[in-house]
Design a protein. Structure first.
Lengths: 287, 331
């Protein structure tokens, strides 16, 4: 099959209008996967995986042009999980898309697993680049966006940032670069769950006014409910109409979203559920 | 003596040639394109040159993204900022990700001169040598710079190359071909081996010429490919001469002296002296004055050679020989 036919086939696939109820159901299943993975692993980042779940599902199932059967397709849209600790959600999504068998999810963080504690492109099909040391993903996304422009590809580049992560100075170096080069094929999404390891972002190191900051750096900004899949999809579409500047979608989220006992609790940033919490989570998520 | 050439200038000119040959080559700089000499490329290939401003961490990340997107990025800034400021970006993304990024950093060593200790990278080779996947190079002259730059463009994987500010005597002719993991034998001799890298290769040759006048025959190696290091040549030379001097414009810790010590310690212990900076930072001054102050001259190498040759006599028994190959990681 030549490249052109390839592309047409993919276009058909991704141009199908996503069924919001279907995506919502996928998000529920991804959350169940995350709970199962972390419970089995006995460690991992729960809160930030659950806050990012709807964003990842909307992006991978409703927006991005990429294909598990052809992971090296040169014209694919690219995704960088700059907040690398959201790996469990990322892995659950990739597995459901067919990048690797879902059974692998149960080996998360174990010796010899293809699923490292933080994303490692050398181990996991579908992962573009190692991330986990915060603050570095946006620069990488910029490079990808520049390469796509030089290659004349229509591919779009997505990067998911944590809100605590924007305390890293390199993020603002990259913010300047993206605006300077007018990277309108780049969309960054901020998982604004308002919590970091030591507490509320407002207490640890305030990042507000975050929208104004990105605007001042030359970015087009949007704010959405990061758990509302139709809103997220609309935002991705709107970003395609933005010319000459990169887009930042500030997605307001709840850390630990989907399980009442985890929601808004800083202790679940990097803690796996205990057996009682695990049962409670399954019950609430209908597992 | 033939005309002198600067490694940074030869890098810049070669890069401009490569740009015409391969449209996938892109170049990044962090506001030092005149000093690193990437401006030659920038002038011709405007759409393939990206200045990220004074932001070395972003420089490495952007280069990584360009490599992921199928380009062959050369990222340049001063050696201090490339390997110091952006070490973690190189570690986490470029080396860990095994990306096809070429980091070519200028102003290595104390011969930066007047700018002083803040700008003189004397630990860059150490910082880069400990990273898995990364190839570490430091050319000795113009032809080797051209050869290494061309080689790097064709090699798929991460490379660090140090260039310098000074114009250097030309050692090789233009038929020189660089091969990964290969050192080169520049002078044969049986009494001592002088192992140099970068600007110290010429100093080793000068020292050997001086020693020869006194009837001492020195074998001289250029070990400009620091990682993977040509351990076979190092061990063989130590075995043949029984005494070794290493010379680098760098700390004696972590660079060539360390690498040679590690190999000889395991495979062929021999009297050894390391020429380089010892637990100190650089300072302002003329390059020649600094080289003299830090003991980085041909005369210093000669003095070290006398010492290791004298120690040969008292070195108990013959050197232990173990020619079993060390693992790649240990090279």
């Amino acid at each position: 099959m030549d490249i052109l036919n390839h592309n047409e086939e993919y276009e058909k696939e991704i141009n199908a209008i996503p069924d919001h109820h279907h995506l919502k159901e996928i998000a529920r299943q991804v959350r169940l996967d995350i709970i199962e993975m972390l419970f089995r692993a006995g460690s991992g980042h729960l809160g930030g995986s659950l806050s990012a779940t709807d964003i990842l599902v909307a992006l991978f199932f409703g927006e991005m042009r990429a294909h598990a059967g052809d992971p090296c397709w040169i014209d694919r849209d690219r995704f960088i999980l700059s907040k690398g600790h959201g790996a469990p959600a990322y892995y659950a999504v990739l597995a459901r898309l067919g990048y690797f068998p879902r059974e692998e999810l149960l080996s998360l963080r174990q010796f010899g697993s293809i699923l490292q504690g933080h994303p490692d492109s050398g181990c996991t099909p579908g992962v573009e680049i190692p991330t986990g040391s915060l603050g570095q993903g946006l620069s990488i996304a910029n490079g990808l966006a520049l390469a796509a422009r030089l290659n004349g590809h229509g591919s779009r580049i997505y990067a998911l940032l944590g809100d605590g992560e924007v305390q890293e100075g390199q993020i603002w170096e990259a913010a300047m670069t993206a605006a300077h080069y007018g990277l309108d094929n780049l969309v960054a999404i901020l998982d604004r769950n308002r919590l970091q390891i030591d507490g509320h972002t407002a207490e640890v190191m305030s990042i507000e006014p975050i929208n104004d900051k990105w605007k001042a750096f030359g970015w087009h900004t949007l704010e959405v409910d990061g758990h509302d899949i139709p809103q997220l999809l609309e935002a991705f579409t709107a970003c395609k109409g933005v010319k000459g500047q990169p887009s930042m979608i500030i997605a307001h989220t709840v850390k630990g979203k989907g399980v009442s006992i985890f929601e808004g609790q800083k202790k679940y940033h990097g803690t796996a559920p205990n057996p009682e919490e695990y049962q409670q989570a399954l019950k609430e998520l209908g597992g | 003596m033939s005309a002198k050439e600067s490694t940074r200038v030869e890098y810049g000119k070669t890069l401009a040639q490569l740009g015409a040959e391969n449209p996938n080559i892109v170049v990044l700089d962090a506001d030092l394109s005149g000093s690193t000499q990437t401006h030659h490329f920038a002038k011709i290939f405007k759409d393939r040159f990206f200045n990220v401003g004074i932001a070395e961490q972003d420089l490495m990340g952007t280069a990584a993204g360009l490599a992921l997107g199928g380009k062959i990025p050369f990222a340049s800034t001063f050696a201090m900022f490339a390997t110091g400021r952006a070490w973690e970006q190189i570690r986490q993304t470029i080396a860990y990700g095994n990306l096809n990024v070429k980091i070519v950093a200028s102003h290595g060593g104390v011969t930066v001169g007047e700018d002083g200790g803040s700008h003189q990278a004397v630990e860059d080779l150490a910082l880069m040598r400990i990273l898995p996947n990364l190839v570490v190079l430091a050319p000795a002259d113009g032809p080797e710079t051209r050869a290494m730059t061309r080689w790097a463009a064709g090699y798929h994987g991460p490379v660090y190359m140090r260039t310098g500010r000074l114009a250097l005597p030309v050692i090789y002719d233009d038929s020189y071909v660089f091969e990964l993991g290969q050192g080169s034998l520049l002078r044969e001799g049986g009494d001592v081996t002088l192992m140099g890298i970068g600007i110290m290769v010429q100093a080793c040759l000068d020292a050997a010429a001086g020693l020869a006048q006194e009837g001492i025959e020195a074998r001289v190696l250029n070990l400009g490919c620091l990682k993977p290091l040509d351990w076979e040549l190092v061990v063989d030379s130590a075995r043949r001469t029984g005494a070794v001097v290493t010379a680098e414009e760098h700390m004696v810790t972590g660079g060539l002296g360390s690498a040679v010590s590690e190999i000889l310690g395991e495979h062929c212990p021999a009297p050894l002296k390391r020429i380089g900076l010892r637990d100190t930072f650089g300072m302002s001054g003329k390059p020649e004055a600094l080289l003299k102050h830090y003991g980085l001259t041909a005369e210093d190498i000669k003095q070290a050679a006398y010492k290791v040759i004298a120690r040969k006599a008292s070195h108990l028994a013959s050197p232990v020989m173990d020619l079993k190959a060390p693992s790649l990681a240990g090279r």
